[in-house]
Design a protein. Structure first.
Length: 459
């Protein structure tokens, strides 16, 4: 049995390697929105969770993230992690980078690689950073011009609108020395981790905000900040990263205001491997209220969030989503409507967050999905060697269907499926066969150019 498995693995590895530089790919599903692809040219779907340790810093930084996180995520069918790292831990003093912190990041990436989980490295900030009692941008890079800051412990997000915090963002975007410091930090990270097999991409800054001008409403301010400050910043960060890493995807976020169905003002990022990475949060649900289907928030969000990737022809991966109180009466409906919506336009998502407990945690202390979170665990095609025609999961029937046109002779040959825990029967039709099925995954081998249909049915 072991020898058979090893032989099959060798066949899969050999067939994954294309004989041309560019293989055929499909789309994410939304009209005009391209798909994310892997190094073999296969169409990727990412399903996973954020991994965060905001409580520990310095010598204990990242200690709350363990190999168990990756083992458990992969066992439930997830292949993606958005890993939070903090600039204040990486560079506690100007120009002095923590080698111990870099080693801790590398250890986590090694665990991800061991369990075949792709990682997005996210330079995270909440309310700018430690100067305001949070994590992110170092105090030495925080300039407020003496403007006031009043904490709001019961509503931390409102602290973004404190004058000192808003001015700090302005200085980060506009001060040349801070621009250079941010670029050096990202050049260091990219240079260190560009060759790590678990690294899929870099997210230069989490939920960027900015300074409102007198008389501006929030939506107008957000579009201006995105157009005039975030777009140039992302171009600077892309240049810094590309100076050491030519290939890894760069994920760019709008302001969190897009969560209310406001189209972004971001402009073009001059790089061939950009991913649009909005977050999918509703202000009312973040405050603990129930999902209101009549408000059509999901429909309005989808309509607005797809405008940018259609215009600039970039893939979409939603970097964060998930309500605070997932057990309210309408939350089952929320998940059943959110999952197909995300699948229509995105190449994947990372829920907030994989931890063991209450609040936002995906699972409880015993590793069991918390109420309604189990609805995030669906079959999906991790990597498709060809052009996707359709992919859908009927949760009520327990049936997943994938249709694709296999790549030509110069393209990759093997498609990978992820299956959540349970007894799944996988069938392939159209000059294709199920090469192997093992531990919640299945590999399909297709003849070049074949029209393939794959069905996974829960037993």
């Amino acid at each position: 049995m072991l020898r058979t498995t090893l032989v099959a693995s060798a066949v899969v590895a050999a067939l994954l390697t294309p004989t041309a530089a560019h293989a055929e790919t499909g789309r994410a599903g939304g009209d005009g929105i391209p798909a994310l692809t892997d190094e073999h040219g296969r169409t990727l779907t990412l399903r996973g969770w954020n991994l965060a340790d905001k409580a520990n810093s310095g010598g204990t930084a990242l200690s709350a993230i363990t190999e168990k996180h990756f083992r458990d995520m992969r066992a439930k069918g997830f292949n993606f992690a958005r890993l939070l790292v903090f600039w204040d831990d990486l560079e506690p003093r100007p120009g002095q980078y923590s080698q111990a912190y870099l080693r801790k990041i590398e250890r986590i990436l090694d665990w991800a690689g061991k369990h075949d989980v792709k990682v997005l490295i996210d330079a995270h900030q909440d309310v700018f950073g430690p100067a305001f009692g949070h994590r992110g941008i170092p105090e030495w890079a925080t300039r407020t011009d003496g403007l006031p800051f009043t904490p709001h412990p019961d509503d931390w997000f409102s602290e973004y609108f404190e004058p000192a915090v808003q001015r700090a963002f302005t200085h980060l975007y506009e001060d040349e020395d801070l621009r250079l410091a941010q670029a050096r930090m990202w050049r260091l990270l990219a240079d260190r981790f560009e060759d790590h097999p678990a690294v899929l991409g870099y997210d230069p800054i989490n939920e960027p905000m900015g300074e409102l001008r007198e008389g501006e409403d929030l939506a107008t301010a957000a579009r201006r900040i995105e157009r005039d400050q975030l777009t140039p910043m992302y171009n600077r960060m892309a240049d810094a990263i590309r100076s050491v890493d030519p290939d890894t995807w760069i994920f760019v976020e709008p302001t969190p205001i897009v969560g209310e169905g406001v189209p972004t003002g971001l402009g073009r990022i001059d790089d061939p491997k950009i991913v649009y990475a909005p977050h999918f949060y509703n202000a009312g649900m973040e405050a603990g209220t129930d999902y209101d289907p009549a408000a059509r928030w999901i429909e309005n969000y989808e309509q607005a969030v797809t405008l940018y990737p259609k215009e600039y022809k970039v893939p979409v991966v939603v970097g964060e989503w998930g309500p605070l109180n997932n057990s309210l009466p309408n939350m089952n409906r929320f998940y059943r409507e959110a999952m197909p919506s995300l699948g229509r336009y995105s190449s994947g998502w990372a829920g907030w967050e994989w931890c063991y407990g209450g609040g936002y945690c995906a699972v409880d202390s015993a590793g069991v999905f918390r109420t309604n979170k189990e609805l995030t665990a669906e079959p999906y095609a991790e990597a498709v060697a060809g052009t996707v025609r359709s992919a859908a999961y009927d949760a009520a029937a327990g049936v997943y269907g994938l249709s694709y046109d296999a790549a030509g002779r110069r393209g990759p040959r093997v498609t990978e499926l992820s299956l959540p825990p349970g007894d799944w029967r996988v069938k392939a039709r159209g000059a294709a066969l199920v090469l192997r099925k093992d531990r919640g995954r299945a590999w399909i081998l297709a003849a070049p150019g074949a029209r393939v249909t794959v069905t996974a049915t829960r037993g």
